[in-house]
Each structure stands twice: as C-alpha cells, then as structure tokens.
Ligand binder design. Structure first.
Ligand code: UDP
Length: 402
C-alpha cells in the first residue's frame, strides 16, 4: 500500500514534516466521507487515494458510498446540471425520490464519527435523518457560480444545517448563506496507477492492448461523456485541425460513472457526429475505465484537450500537467488555477473552436513549445495539487474545528 513515506523525493521535505506535525494533534479523531459513486469522476478518484493516506498518517478516515436506484441518479444528475445553471422542473416526485433515497441509506448507515463530510448534492439531505452530534461539512465539487435559483432555494434548506461548505473556487461562494465557506483545491496522487511513471514499453503495451495506433500524433480528451465536457465540440474542432494537419488522430476516452445516467445518450450522439472519422480510424472512442490506459494516453498524446463548458476543478488537467503534457483547455472553473496561458499551456474560451484548433495545430508542429509547457505545468502541480497538500488542508481544517 502507498504511504506518506512514498512521497519522499516527490514533494519537498517540509511538506512531509508538516503532515506528521499536524497529524499528531488529531490522534483518535474519526472522519467519514460520503459520496455516491466508487468509480468515474473526480470525487471517487480523489477519495480512493485520500482515505488510505489519512489512515496511514493516523487520522481515522472512512469512505461510505451512497446507494440509489437509477431514478434517483437521474434526478441527482439533473440537480447537478441545474447547479451549474441549467433549467429544472422541481416536481414533487423528484423531491420525494431524492429524500427517500437518503432516508433509506440512513437506515443502514451508522455515523459515529467526529466529522462528517458529504460530497456533492446526492447525499446532501442525509443530514435530515441523523441527530447532529458532530460537525457536518458539505463539500461541493460542482461549479456553483450560477446555480438555478429554484433548485438553490430548495437545497439551501439542507445546506443551512451544515457547519461549513467547501468549494474549489472563490467564484462558487454563495452570499445568501450564513455559513462559513472554505476553498480547498482538489489534488492527485502521483503514485497511483493513473499517475505513476510508466516506461515507453509499458505505454506501448497499453496502447496496443486498446488498439490505439501510434503511427500518427495523438490528441486526447479524457472525460465522462457529459455535455459540460463538450465532447461534440471536440469533434468539431478536430475536424478543423484535421484539415490542416493530416498526421493526427483524436482519442476520446470517457468511462461511465455509476451516478451519471446521461453518459450513454451523449456517447451515442458523439458516435453519430464522428461516424465517418471513426470509420477511417481518425477518431477513436473508448469507454473502458482503466487507470493504466488514462496514464498511458496522457503520456503518449502530443496534445491533451479539455474543452469543458463548465468545470468544477478539472482533475484531468492536473493529471495531464503532471505528466508533462501540453494542454489546451477552456478558461473555466478550476482550469485557470492550473494553467497560466502561454506559460504552461493554452487557455481559451470554450466557444472559440477556431482558437482551440489553431493552438492545437501550433503545438503539434512545435514540439519544443509543448515540452516547455510540460515542464512548467508539472512543477506547478508538484507544488500545489498533489495529495499531500490536500491531506494538510483537511488536517488544518480539523485542527481548527477540534
Ligand atoms: N476518468 C477516468 N476515465 C475516463 C474519464 C475520466 O479515469 O474515461 C477520471 C479522470 O482521470 C479524472 C476523473 O475521472 O481523475 C475526472 O475528474 P474531473 O475533475 O476532470 O471531472 P469530473 O468527472 O469529476 O467532472
């Protein structure tokens, strides 16, 4: 198992010393994190490394996954979209199903911990079904800059019971809540199968296994098939790139999250839009969930795209930067915290399809610029977005609370 000791040589010694120093004050404190999927998406990705490391350092941490029927996840996906600004009809049925799933989960989930962290809207109403004996924190990973007003008014009734809300960006702080907001940026594990070093041979092996040829330069977007990630826009811009630069191929890699029922529908739309290029082998769509594959793709690609319309933080960008990849991404959500335009990648407005195409072509043709971006991007991630920093943020938070 990976432990804090494995971070020697990756992060500065000072960081490791701080972790041990802060953790001793938290001996015997128990925290639990609750979210609604164990696979797919950034939250599951983070918790799967964060929880074992917390335990390793001596703070008892648990992870519970909320169960739900497909109807519940369809409703909470609508909530997710509406929190990012979509319209929603908040019917009686949706409210009832939302509460019922939470009430059921509470009947078989005992929470004796000293701190409870609830991730995203799915388990938010759980707080209704417990006697509140400890601090509860709502950790929202979504872009809350313009939430749908009706939904926000409804969810506020639950949020108001919490002691704190954690978001990824100061733009997501809501003034109409008398609750402390805190900003904590997400982080990645440099040692996980998704992010660890791979040899050229390993990369080649993985790509071969998934039938991804390397005879042309690879451009990749790794993201759930979700409208906010704009996979259809990626197809559109790739068509422009392809006109000027024949020697390239697009890979769209998007596994399906268990709490995201829209994925299949969007995948089918993308498939239709890209059909002729899929047939010619110039576009490859992948739906398998495999960390080695994501790792190999991020390392083998000449350019990584993240053309999101909205993005809570964008861990895929962090992962790509960590691998020294050249990234062309939208100037939305947490992405500008990660990339300085023209220094460690390119940032564009998501609507600027021509701009995206132009930057991608430039990087395909200028390997030295791509390398320069890669070096700057990796160092920025090392300093700011590795798991040790997230551990420290949570431990400092706990120290403030207890
Ligand atoms: N991911 C993956 N396989 C895929 C698509 C995404 O493993 O096919 C992972 C990706 O590597 C990242 C996470 O899912 O760790 C996505 O996090 P991000 O913050 O980018 O977006 P979210 O899905 O949470 O909106």
């Amino acid at each position: 198992m990976i432990s804090i000791q494995n971070y020697y040589g990756i992060v500065d010694d000072e960081v490791i010393h701080k972790l041990y120093n802060v953790s001793k004050k938290l001996f015997n404190k128990r925290m639990v994190h609750i979210n609604s999927t164990f696979v797919g998406g950034g939250v599951a990705e983070m918790l799967s490394t964060f929880i074992p490391l917390m335990n390793d350092i001596g703070v008892e941490a648990e992870w519970r996954i909320q169960y739900g029927v497909p109807d519940f996840f369809a409703i909470t996906k609508e909530f997710h979209n509406a929190l990012q600004g979509d319209n929603i009809t908040l019917s009686e049925h949706k409210r009832r199903a939302y509460l019922l799933a939470n009430e059921r989960f509470s009947t078989f989930t005992r929470l004796h911990h000293d701190l409870i962290i609830i991730h995203d809207p799915q388990p938010l109403p759980l707080i209704n079904y417990y006697i509140k004996k400890q601090p509860w924190i709502w950790r929202c990973h979504i872009d809350l800059s313009h939430p749908n007003k009706e939904l926000w008014a409804y969810l506020k009734k639950f949020i108001i019971k919490y002691d704190m809300v954690i978001v990824s960006n100061e733009k997501y702080i809501q003034d109409d809540l008398p609750i402390q907001f805190k900003i904590i940026n997400p982080a990645i594990s440099p040692l996980s199968t998704k992010n660890m070093e791979l040899s050229d041979k390993e990369i080649e092996g993985v790509l071969q296994k998934y039938k991804i040829p390397t005879d042309k330069k690879i451009i990749t977007q790794i993201s759930r098939f979700d409208k906010w990630k704009d996979p259809e826009g990626v197809i559109e811009l790739f068509k422009i790139v392809k006109q000027k630069c024949k020697d390239c191929r697009l890979v769209l890699c998007g596994s399906m999250a268990t709490d995201d029922p829209e994925g299949i529908e969007i995948y089918k739309r993308v498939q239709k839009k890209a059909s002729s290029l899929i047939e010619s082998g110039d576009i490859i769509l992948i739906t398998v969930e495999n960390n080695f594959l994501v790792n190999a793709l991020q390392r083998a690609s000449a350019v990584i795209i993240q053309k999101s319309i909205k993005e809570g933080f964008g861990l895929t960008v962090t992962e790509a930067l960590w691998k020294g990849a050249a990234v062309v991404a939208s100037r939305v959500g947490g992405i500008p915290l990660q990339i300085t335009d023209g220094v460690s990648g390119y940032l564009l407005d998501p609507q600027d399809v021509d701009g995206f195409a132009e930057r991608i072509i430039y990087l395909l043709q200028n390997e030295s610029k791509a390398k320069e971006f890669g070096i700057a991007g990796k160092e920025h991630v090392r300093k700011n977005f590795l798991m040790t920093r997230l551990l420290l943020d949570y431990m400092n938070l706990m120290n403030d609370i207890f």
